[in-house]
Write a protein that binds this ligand. Sequence first.
Ligand SMILES: [Cu+2]
Length: 409
Amino acid sequence: MIVTMDRQMGHKIMMRRSAVFLLSGILAGAWVLPAGAAGSDEAGAQSPRVIEIAASRFAFEPADLEVLVGESVQLVVHSTDVQHGFSIPTLGIRETIPPDGTPVAIDFVAGEAGRHQIACSVFCGAGHGGMSGVLSIVGSAGGARPTDGPDQVADLEVDVLEPDFTLITLPTTLRLPQGKFTFRLTHRFSRPLDGREGDGGLVKNFLGFDSPAIIGIEFRYGLLPGTQVGFYRSNTRHIQLFARQNILWQRGPRGIGLDIQASLEGLDNLSDDHGGSVQAILSKRLGNRASVYVEPTFVGNVNNALFFHPAPPELDDDDDGSEDATFMIGLGARLRVRPTVYLIGEFVPRVSGFDDGAHHMSFGIEKRTGGHSFQLNFSNSLGTTPLHQAQGANEDDWFIGFNIARKFF
Ligand SMILES: [Cu+2]
C-alpha cells in the first residue's frame, strides 16, 4: 500500500501533512518500540499498518485502501478544509473529522476478506454525496479479488477493460450501478470523407466538420442491480428506448459477460414507423488487454422506417411481410493500447432477412479520463442503433464522427 501525496495540495497543507506524518510516526514508534524492546516473547504483537488519509471537498486521498486479513490497521484521517465524516458502515466505523486538521486515529483489526464502502458522514457541500472510497480486505497482497460476484461497490469501480456502456454503436456488458446515470453524445458529420459532387475538397471542408451533423443524446439509468434503462434521441427525431439486463458478470473468474438488451425505436419522436430489436451481448476478456464482443441481434420491421443515411436503399412499404426482419451478428473489440487509450472496431454483418447496402462497420480511437471518455470514429454509415445497423450502410462512403460519454458516479 503506497500512500501518495496529493501534489495539488498547497504549502500550508503540506505543513499540516508533515505534522500528521510526524504524529503518526510517533504513534507507530510508540507501538513498535516497546514490542521490539520486549523481544519476541509478546506473541501476536504486531505493529499496525498506518494509513494516512486526507479528507477534502469532495474526496478521500487515497480513496482505495487495501489491507490484509487479520492485519492491525490504524487509519489516520485529517481534514484539509471543512468538517468531514469518515464512516465504514459495514465495519461499524463512524468518526467526525474536525476542520482544523487535527488527525483522528481509527484502530481496527481487519476481519475476513471483503470490500467495504467508505463514505463521508458529515454533510460538507454540493459534492458530499460523491465523497467515497473503498477498503478492500484481501487474503494476501495482490491476491485474487475478494469478491466473486457483482455488487454495488464493484459496479462503482472503473473496469479498465470494459470502461463504457458502448463500443462505438454496439452495447457492452458493463453494469451500471443502481440509482446512477450516464450521459452520451453521438455526433456524425454527414459529409462523406471523399465527398460528393459539388462538395468541394476534403481539406476545404475540414474533414467534413463543416457539414451538418447527426447528433444523438442518450441518458441511461441504473434501475436495479444489473438492470439499466435508457433513452436515446437524435436530431432526426429518431428515438430509441432500451432496457438491458446483465446475466453473467464479465469480471467473474471466467471473464465472460452476458447481457440481454431489448430496444424499441421509432421516427418522429417515436410516433411513427416503429422497429424493435432483441440482442444477446456476449463478451470475453482477453488477458489484461482487450474485451471482445459477439452480439446476435434480431431486428423487426426493418424496412418500414426511414433511412437517414445518404444513400437509402429502396423502401418496401407494401406491408407484404417480405424481408422486413433482419438477423445480424454484431462483432466488436476494444483493445487497450495505453492505460487510458483504446482502439475500437465494429462489424455488423446481416446473416439473414433484409440486407440492402453494405454491412455496418466502424473504427475508433478513445481516450478515457476518469468518468469521461472521448472517442473519434470512422463509420460507413451515420447509423447508431440496432435498427440503423439492420438497414445497412453505404457501399463506398465513410464518415467521421465522435462520441462523448460521461458517468455521473
Ligand atoms: Cu461530506
